[in-house]
Design a protein around this ligand. Structure first.
Ligand SMILES: C[S@@+](CC[C@H](N)C(=O)[O-])C[C@H]1O[C@@H](n2cnc3c(N)ncnc32)[C@H](O)[C@@H]1O
Length: 910
């Protein structure tokens, strides 16, 4: 229905711009005329140059003519003279001639008489004082050349225009181009000249012509040569000899090549001189002077740094640079003092480091320890894959990379736009923020699925959760730590990361053999001085002392002996113990291993880690078992990770090679070692404690930085004195049960209560009668059994009510207690009370018990938190039983729960 196109009617448009025909080309008439015929228009300068060239040509031709004439004359003379006069006449000719012409003559003679007997006769004559001039042909040639140049220069000087032009040349680029064109022309011309020139003349003439032409064109080069000569006025003699040598060798070289060669020679000479001078100055350098006392007071950090360098230089070649009256120890002492000042270390630790590292490596170590290590995270393979995690984090603006080929779960974070501890991925438990070195012990442990593994010092659970991930949540992981505050972090982390195969306990690791044995593998990531993590916690540099180290290695030995005793040598899959520390001191590493090698049936096996420095087999005067080279050390300056030590032991027999008495003695010794330090009120560093222990500085006056205390260590001593003690059971998602304030509560706990922080919803206190009860907290963490929020709210409400009721009843209890005390004082016999009776007397609500029961049941059924507290006298079998029932997924025995509820009743009463 549309309009029909009628192309036939369309008027054709004119040709487009492209289609338009171009007109026939028009050329200037002369353009096709032969080029030769065209008159070349030369620039002013070109004309000048041409004139110059022609002048020189004429000069050369004239000279050639002259020389020819002379030749003819000499020939005629020779013909008339007798053979005896020949020499004299030759001498006359030579003497009478200009130096510049000598060479030409001799050369011409060569050309005229190539096989002439005269020449041969001359050659046979040899060198005498009379003919010494004759033996300097090259000089003569040089003189000749120089003469020509001088003449030309004179000419140039005469012509003021020329000189102006030359100046212009140097500044004008266009002229330079022209010049180069001219040069080409000149080369051609000179070639032509050679051809034009007398063909009967020998090649050298042709060459001379060429060189002269070049020198004509390359005025600058020639002048450079001249400068060379003038530059070397001081070394004239040497240069002369050099020139002679050069001329002998390099007759065929162009002047520019000769100049280049000369320059190179001179450069080499200068370099040699400079090296000699340098050596002289080093040799004559002032011997390092020890500082005066006054100087010391006003010394700046830069001066200290310089002195460190100076002393290091002296120590690098002591015999050469030492002061004759000063022993090496003086230098070492000064260096240590300066290093302490410069890097802010205490004398003890710097001394230890100086004992360990050679000087150059020490400097590297100290420098590296000043810089923070890269932030790294470990993918939680229970929840995600590294690839997915990386993609998710990249989407959030995190700049990251795989950590290295040695790990499949590590990522290194270069920068991040979001705090890494608060990303949705972190909260969902997709990763753990963990140092690269912390992944190594678990890799060495190589956990297997369905094994029974103990992480003896577990808090805050970084390595523990890694173990669980490798086990794929199968088998059982016992995560223990002696620090009751830190154990909460383990529970929290395990929840976040979805670890469900774990039992968390709060026990002294050194006593674990009385609790449970027969593990397939044990990781002992021991408490240490933390000398490897100085960049994380700089306070280590100033706070660690000899007692700290002593206390640490005693505790480490004790823990490691226990770990070995708890391992089953007959385990079908394992029987391995991995020992690790974040300290670089041999006392806490090789020494500890060497000690247990003597005390138990274990041997060192390769860690399976394909990088790291071998452990020491020698350290100062000490010699360790040679197999200690199987252990691995990691340093900030070599591996860009925290200082770390990893050793893997294999238990080959369950029998203990030392007698019982010896064992007891060993234990006593170790305890004494720890106690001595305790008496000194020395603290122990747990490298990962930094975040949690702020403000808990119990080592008054000794620690400048963040204090990190092992609660267990301090509590162990107090425990003996205390009548009763408060124990905490970590109950995640449980509201707190308020406990009346105890006398022996720590100030921190009091403060926490005041602040309301102490009412941690994961904590419940159980006090035990006469302080005899020891708690064993086992928390089987199960995400699947989390209670809903509603349930939690309801619980909170009912428990708050109960607490309120209890508060009201407390005054009554106090009254009853006061009456009892009175009775005791008055000497009345007090019947032994059962807990039941006590409860009845104190008027404690009877509902409390069943409620506790209920709660515990709930723990088993809903929350999946199994709690057990154990009397100190109860055997490890009991605990074994409990834990084994947990392993099998059975609830804890009812009578145990009853016991616990009774204890809780007691607690309330007290
Ligand atoms: C280096 S940290 C362990 C870090 C942990 N393995 C991780 O990767 O998260 C050492 C731990 O040992 C604990 N500890 C100290 N003395 C102990 C003892 N006698 N028994 C058990 N644990 C102890 C400290 O509380 C501290 O948490």
């Amino acid at each position: 229905m549309g309009r029909k196109a009628e192309y036939s009617e369309k008027v054709k448009k004119g040709p487009g711009r492209k289609a338009r025909k171009q007109g026939a080309p028009t050329f200037p008439k002369k353009s096709f005329a032969p080029m030769e015929e065209e008159q070349k228009t030369l620039s002013h300068r070109q004309k000048q140059r041409l004139a110059k060239r022609e002048k020189t040509k004429k000069l050369i031709k004239e000279k050639q003519k002259l020389s020819k004439e002379k030749k003819l004359q000499s020939r005629k003379q020779k013909e008339y003279n007798s053979d005896s006069e020949e020499e004299e006449q030759e001498q006359q000719i030579l003497n009478g001639n200009d130096n510049a012409e000598e060479t030409d003559e001799s050369e011409e003679e060569q050309t005229v008489h190539p096989k002439g007997s005269k020449k041969n006769g001359k050659g046979a004559k040899g060198f005498t004082d009379e003919n010494q001039e004759w033996l300097k042909p090259k000089q003569a040639k040089g003189n000749k050349k120089q003469k020509i140049v001088e003449e030309e220069e004179d000419e140039d000087d005469d012509d003021p225009e020329d000189s102006d032009d030359d100046e212009e040349e140097s500044g004008d680029n266009d002229d330079e181009v022209e010049e180069s064109e001219d040069d080409d022309e000149k080369v051609e011309e000179s070639d032509d000249e050679g051809i034009e020139g007398d063909e009967s003349e020998d090649e050298q003439h042709v060459k001379l012509g060429k060189l002269d032409d070049l020198s004509d064109d390359d005025e600058e080069e020639n002048s450079d040569d001249d400068f060379d000569v003038s530059d070397n006025e001081n070394n004239e003699e040497e240069d002369d000899s050099d020139d002679n040598e050069m001329d002998d060798d390099d007759e065929d070289l162009l002047p520019i090549e000769k100049a280049n060669k000369k320059l190179k020679k001179r450069e080499a000479k200068e370099a040699k001189l400079a090296a000699e001078e340098m050596q002289m100055s080093v040799d004559q350098q002032e011997i390092f002077q020890f500082p005066e006392e006054d100087e010391e007071k006003e010394i700046t950090l830069q001066e200290v740094q310089q002195r460190i360098k100076d002393v290091t230089l002296v120590l690098s070649d002591f015999n050469k640079y030492r002061h004759p009256d000063r022993p090496r120890s003086d230098y070492m002492d000064l260096l240590r003092k300066d290093l302490c000042m410069y890097y802010s270390y205490n004398d003890f630790l710097m001394g230890k480091l100086m004992d360990m590292f050679p000087l150059s490596e020490l400097m590297e170590y100290l420098e590296a320890s000043e810089v923070a290590r890269p932030l790294t995270i470990r993918t939680n393979t229970l929840k995600t894959r590294r690839r997915d995690l990386a993609a998710a984090l990249i989407n959030r603006g995190v700049n990251l990379d795989p950590l290295g080929k040695w790990t499949k779960v590590g990522l290194v974070i270069y920068s991040s736009q979001v705090p890494l501890g608060a990303t949705p991925e972190y909260l969902a438990g997709h990763y753990m923020i963990q140092g690269a070195s912390s992944m190594l012990p678990v890799m060495a442990l190589a956990p297997q699925e369905n094994e029974r593994i103990l992480d003896m010092c577990s808090a805050p659970g970084g390595k523990g959760s890694h173990i669980a991930a490798v086990m794929k949540n199968t088998g059982v992981l016992f995560a223990n730590d002696a620090n009751k505050d830190r154990i909460k972090a383990v529970v929290a982390n395990f929840h976040r990361l979805g670890v469900v195969n774990s039992i968390v306990s709060c026990e002294d690791g050194a006593k674990f053999r009385q609790i449970m044995t027969g593990f397939d593998r044990i990781l002992l990531d021991a408490p240490c001085t933390g000398t490897g993590v100085v960049s994380k916690d700089p306070s280590v540099k100033t706070t660690k002392c000899a007692v700290d180290v002593q206390r640490c290695y005693n505790l480490q030995r004790k823990l490691l002996l226990t770990a070995i005793d708890c391992t089953d040598a007959k385990s079908s899959s394992g029987g391995y113990i991995v020992y690790s520390t974040c300290s670089v001191l041999p006392e806490e590493n090789e020494w500890v291993i060497d000690y247990v090698l003597k005390k138990r049936n274990v041997k060192l096996v390769p860690t399976g880690l394909d990088f790291g420095v071998e452990g020491f087999t020698k350290y100062r005067q000490y010699r360790f078992h040679p197999s200690l080279n199987l252990t691995r050390r990691y340093y900030p300056h070599t591996h860009n990770m925290d200082g770390f030590f990893v050793a893997k032991l294999k238990k080959f027999s369950n029998t203990i090679p030392v007698s019982k008495e010896q064992q007891e003695e060993d234990e006593k010794q170790l305890d004494d070692g720890i106690a001595t330090a305790n008496e000194d009120n020395v603290t122990l560093l747990n490298a990962d404690d930094q975040e949690n222990e702020d403000g808990k500085n119990k080592k008054s006056g000794k620690r400048a930085g963040k204090p990190v205390l092992s609660d267990y260590d301090l509590a162990a001593k107090k425990q003996k004195l205390e009548q009763s003690k408060t124990k905490y059971i970590a109950k995640v998602f449980e509201p707190p049960v308020k406990v009346p304030k105890k006398k022996n509560e720590s100030p921190v706990q009091e403060q926490q209560k005041k602040d309301g922080k102490g009412k941690d919803n994961s904590t419940e206190a159980i006090s035990t009668e006469k302080g005899k009860l020891k708690s064993v907290e086992k928390v089987l963490v199960g995400d699947k059994q989390k209670p809903s929020e509603k349930q939690l709210k309801n619980k909170n409400q009912t428990e708050n009510k109960q607490q309120h009721q209890e508060k009201q009843k407390l005054p009554n209890e106090k009254k009853v207690l006061a009456e009892k005390n009175k009775q005791q004082k008055s000497g009345k016999k007090q019947p032994v009370e059962t807990p039941k009776e006590k409860n009845q007397q104190s008027g404690k609500p009877s509902e409390q018990k069943p409620q506790n029961k209920k709660k515990l049941k709930k723990d088993q059924t809903t929350n999946g938190h199994f709690l057990a507290s154990q009397n100190k006298n109860s055997t490890s079998k009991d605990i074994d039983h409990d834990s084994s029932s947990l392993l099998e997924g059975k609830p804890i025995k009812q009578n145990k729960l009853k016991q616990k509820s009774k204890q809780m009743g007691k607690l309330k009463k007290n």
